[in-house]
Design a protein around this ligand. Structure first.
Ligand code: NAD
Length: 271
């Protein structure tokens, strides 16, 4: 079990949406929270609104993440909880995507997590009181959807590295734990992810999608960012590997697993 009160937490992408919700819940539990984000003005405004410390940092920039870790260590002397949450969710069919599209989404959603780990893992592992890493992925890692190929690829990579990091820490008897949160639908600004596309990255086919305006949106259970944040807090406390916002999607996941099982059984039958 990881205690939260009195801990120092860093939440990337905490200036809006799920990151803001996680930050608010951690602050409510007595943690000191540093939030980051792409837009310095928004980081500053959200930080003062929720009682966090705001430090803008681009997760796609490894040096910016190292500088962020130095700043956190200088101010607080330690870090206990790292939430690699910053992300983008634009969509595009794989056959339409440009190299610039792949690079942008990979730099933020996948390398963003790697840069977070490179910057903070040494401090977290050195922490005598243990700590926690939370990586925000997506239900798209379990339930692939057309148009989300690039997105699901980055999130699946983060799931894989998180699972193995958790195993490696456990075999070292580390008191540092790992949680993955694969959210289902949460009402956030993810539908305007292209606002965060750097001008230097040339245009491509990745475009914003507004799932809240989709025809079947009303059939989905939409969570608020604070509700998603509360799910994360519960999972940190329980040292649970998965923080699930939509456990009711298990039947669809079972159906996908059953299809995989059929492939395996085809070989068993031939053996
Ligand atoms: P959001 O757009 O409201 O928040 C995204 C945050 O990430 C913002 O603070 C933004 O500034 C930050 N960000 C984007 N690019 C960045 C960069 N290069 N460097 C630093 N910060 C950057 O969207 P959200 O829905 O809150 O997204 C948070 C996470 O949740 C993402 O990883 C997203 O993939 C995941 N997610 C969201 C949903 C959903 O339904 N909203 C579902 C599944 C997964």
């Amino acid at each position: 079990m990881t205690d939260i009160a009195g801990r120092v937490a860093v939440v990337t992408g905490g200036s809006s949406g799920i990151g803001r919700g996680i930050a608010r819940q951690l602050i409510g539990e007595g943690a000191t929270v540093v939030i980051t984000g792409m837009d310095p003005e928004r980081v500053k405004a959200t930080a003062s609104e929720i009682g966090a410390v705001g430090l803008a940092a681009d997760v796609a920039d490894p040096d910016a993440m190292l500088a962020l870790a130095d700043e956190v260590m200088m101010r607080f002397g330690r870090v206990d909880i790292l939430v690699n949450n910053a992300g983008i969710g634009p969509a595009g069919r794989i056959s339409d995507l440009t190299l610039a599209d792949w690079k942008w989404i990979t730099d933020v959603n996948y390398y963003g997590v790697i840069h977070g780990l490179l910057a903070f893992l040494p401090h977290l592992r050195a922490n005598e009181n243990g700590g926690h890493i939370v990586n925000t992925t997506s239900m798209a890692t379990f339930l692939p959807l057309e148009g989300l190929g690039a997105y699901a690829a980055t999130k699946s990579a983060v799931h894989a590295l998180s699972e193995i990091l958790a195993m490696e820490l456990a075999s070292e008897n580390s008191s540092l734990k790992v949680t993955v949160m694969p959210p289902g639908p949460v009402r956030t600004d993810i539908r305007s992810s292209t606002r965060n596309r750097p001008e230097a990255a040339s245009a491509g086919a990745l475009a914003d999608v507004d799932l809240e305006a989709a025809p079947d949106a009303e059939n989905l259970r939409w969570l608020s960012p604070d509700e998603a944040g509360a799910v994360v807090v519960e999972a940190i406390r329980a040292d649970a590997f998965l923080a699930l916002t939509h456990p009711e999607w298990l039947p669809q996941i079972d159906a996908r697993n059953a299809a995989t099982r059929q492939h395996f059984e085809r070989y068993d039958a031939q053996a």
